[in-house]
Write a protein that binds this ligand. Structure first.
Ligand code: HEM
Length: 154
């Protein structure tokens, strides 16, 4: 299912604005999930999760690169993210609820840093983009709300 042209234009424009800072925000999203939803930490017991950790920053950078890759392949997310789906679903066995929590933390982070850009419409476009990413990475129960036949979040 494709993102509507208006949603696509909105998220691409915001991503261009984030530029090389995407990793800063994905790192903040990880720091937030570890505090706001502490059970998420069980997947990262092998990393130093203390505030300012270089390991969390390095992981945040990997997540950022995956999201930027997704942003550049909006028409083919299942294929683009298939190796990550395999990793998260079969090897790491990440409970889908954590995808929803991480995306929530990323939305909070972006709203905090880009309040002027974060209109309700931008919020909705980002939710749709992140739901597309989640559905390529995880079983559907991880989505932020359900997605209807037109790709809208309901
Ligand atoms: C938007 C959602 C997500 C994206 C784009 C994403 C992306 C990635 C990427 C790119 C990697 C590195 C893969 C590699 O090194 O080959 C990774 C690894 C990993 N992810 Fe995710 N991830 C997401 C959500 C999650 C969630 C929700 C969890 C669990 C709460 C999680 C747990 C892990 C773990 C444990 C690793 C391995 C870390 C390590 O050993 O260094 N991921 N993820």
């Amino acid at each position: 299912m494709e993102l509507a042209p208006a949603d696509r234009a909105a998220v691409l424009a915001l991503w261009r604005k984030l530029g090389t800072n995407v990793g800063i925000y994905t790192t903040e999203a990880l720091e937030r999930i570890f505090v706001a939803f502490p059970s998420s930490k069980t997947y990262f017991l092998h990393l130093n999760l203390s505030p300012g950790s270089a390991q969390v920053r390095a992981h945040g950078q990997k997540v950022a690169e995956a999201l930027s890759l997704a942003m550049n392949h909006l028409d083919d997310l299942p294929h683009t993210l298939s190796a990550l789906r395999e990793l998260h679903t079969h090897r790491l066995r990440v409970d889908p609820v954590f995808f929803k929590q991480l995306c929530h933390c990323l939305l909070v982070t972006l709203a905090r840093h880009y309040p002027g850009d974060f209109s309700p419409n931008m919020h909705a476009s980002l939710v749709k983009f992140l739901n597309h990413v989640i559905s390529a990475l995880a079983p559907s129960s991880g989505q932020i709300g359900r997605v209807d036949a037109e790709g809208s979040c309901v």
